[in-house]
Ligand binder design. Structure first.
Ligand SMILES: Cc1cc2nc3c(=O)[nH]c(=O)nc-3n(C[C@H](O)[C@H](O)[C@H](O)COP(=O)(O)O)c2cc1C
Length: 166
């Protein structure tokens, strides 16, 4: 799949084949892709918590009301901001967003399904996830990853009215 096809094929996947384990090398490839994202001042103010423990996945589901897909996901990759690592202005949420999208696209190319579940800036959710994972960074999103058990069709939302030329 080339880049054009990949971007159009990616969909949020909320049903996975239960019990599948993600090979470490695939996880590594996804994390490398995430960390290749552009970043303001090249601060790279992020860290990634890979959760494979069923017990912790259950806890995440109780902390975030829209993460039911973790019941069958192989793992969650929690993308966290590290404001302490950044120089100058607060671009860390944008940097993390770029990393998340790279991760989703890489996972799609490897044949995995993903679902981006936002945490920050919902502060109560962010705080709960932080406690569960015992981290001091800021959970921006829980990304569910697994072997897809559904295949929603590609679709597009291109709206020419949202484009302004000057
Ligand atoms: C910031 C952000 C937060 C999201 N949070 C959730 C979530 O909590 N649970 C969920 O099932 N999907 C979540 N999504 C996925 C969106 O619902 C999904 O991307 C959107 O409906 C478009 O569908 P598609 O990803 O299949 O193209 C989130 C997406 C983004 C970008």
């Amino acid at each position: 799949m080339n880049g054009t096809e990949l971007i159009r094929a990616r969909r949020s996947i909320r049903k996975y084949k239960a019990g599948e384990k993600l090979p470490r090398e695939d996880l590594q490839t996804m994390l490398e892709a995430a960390m290749m994202a552009p970043s303001a001042n090249n601060s790279r103010p992020w860290e990634f918590v890979v959760v494979e423990s069923r017990e912790i996945l259950e806890q995440l589901m109780s902390a975030h009301p829209h993460t039911g897909m973790l019941a069958t996901a192989s793992a969650a990759i929690v993308v966290c901001g590290r404001p302490d690592l950044q120089y100058g202005k607060s671009f860390w949420p944008q940097d993390c967003g770029a990393a998340i999208e790279n991760l989703l696209l890489q996972a799609t190319e490897l044949g995995y399904g993903t679902c981006w579940c936002g945490c920050y800036p919902v502060l109560e959710r962010t705080e709960r996830v932080r406690e569960i994972l015992q981290i001091s960074s800021v959970p921006v999103a829980i990304v569910a990853v697994g072997v897809p058990d559904e295949s929603p069709a590609p679709r597009g939302f291109f709206d020419p009215q949202r484009v302004i030329y000057r």
